[in-house]
Design a protein around this ligand. Sequence first.
Ligand SMILES: Nc1nc2c(ncn2[C@@H]2O[C@H](COP(=O)(O)OP(=O)(O)OP(=O)(O)O)[C@@H](O)[C@H]2O)c(=O)[nH]1
Ligand SMILES: [Mg+2]
Length: 402
Amino acid sequence: MAQEIRNIAIIAHVDHGKTTLVDEIIKQAHLFRDNEDMQECMLDSNDLERERGITILSKNISVNHKGVKINVIDTPGHSDFGGQVERVLNLADGVLLLVDAAEGPMPQTRFVLDKALELNLKPLVIINKIDKSDARPDVIHDKIFDLFIELDANDDQLDFPMLYCSGKDGWADTTLDGPRDSILPLMDAVIEHIPAPEVREGPMQMQVTSLDYNDYVGRIGVGRVYRGTLDMSTPLMRVHRNGDLKPTLLKQLYTFEGLERVEVDSVPCGDLCAIVGIPDIDIGDCITDREHPEALPPISIDQPTLSMVFTVNDSPFFGQDGKFVTSRHLRERLLKETERDVALHVDDSSGDSFNVSGRGVLHLSILIETMRREGFEMSVAPPKVISRRSMARKRNPSKSCT
Ligand SMILES: Nc1nc2c(ncn2[C@@H]2O[C@H](COP(=O)(O)OP(=O)(O)OP(=O)(O)O)[C@@H](O)[C@H]2O)c(=O)[nH]1
Ligand SMILES: [Mg+2]
């Protein structure tokens, strides 16, 4: 019998407790061996994520609950990464909308919920951090309901199931006076309320919604199989996001099992997977049956909002802070970053300086900090906001100018 699946994304405003909740799910699903130390916020795995206590990149894990494979996608809450959240929502059939029981809905709660409702994903609302002394779950429930109304939720969406939760204390429940001893009621609610992925028969279609990278295999495409079964042994076609077709073969295929990626020969419809073997694979690209290369609707990529000019350091202190100091070093490093980060753009057309554009101050400051730690030395000019209107005007010079 086919494996039953649920795909959920955890979405919220920054710091409302997404990663802590995923940690608790990992812990209580016993994904960690008893003899291994489990760190706090396991999934915030890179140095900067750990130091800043924020999620920068969304990540996938899966848990098996009552025989159902639940793919859980932890997303970042900071608004600079909103475009990333919007993209990974394409992997899910439902969302866990977390709201802090004291703070209530915040600007990014509205943004991510709006995107989820637009995609018609089933929302499961979680009023989190109930342990806080200033928690006010009833007031917050009303505020969440009002937010759904403001966002034009349909009747079905307005009838959202809701749980109370403290990720930190490791419990979730449908009532406030339960035993507060387990997160499993949340997993039960996911199985009950979040629809299983639609199993569509026919020629295979998979779409890449995010990229990963490692030095050994290069770009890795992460996505979902929307129709048919993705089978390593059958001839495949890559439909590039611009429509170009290219026969292709995969080198490796993975699914998400617990905290690991496990190599497999095939992935059933509805499951999430990672593919290796297409060096320039891109967001929105589709992998299809070779005889039936039908693309899925395109996925929009977050446009940059802020740019900074990076130049080699030409001050008298040149060479004191870093070991990578030349413009060749800078160019190589910046272009490599664009391999893994589609929201980053690098213009290297002006010799020794590079115009680097991204999604906001946090996004670019993380890149600068990462590069400095790796031993890159450079000067960075103050950020400039990229104005869409001014760009539009440049493309369409007004008649009065002539
Ligand atoms: N009191 C209380 N604090 C919590 C709870 N869950 C998380 N926190 C705290 O809230 C802070 C943020 O937690 P995270 O899990 O990193 O939040 P997040 O939503 O993943 O944050 P981003 O990924 O950066 O958006 C941390 O200091 C946690 O210890 C909870 O249930 N109760
Ligand atoms: Mg997080």
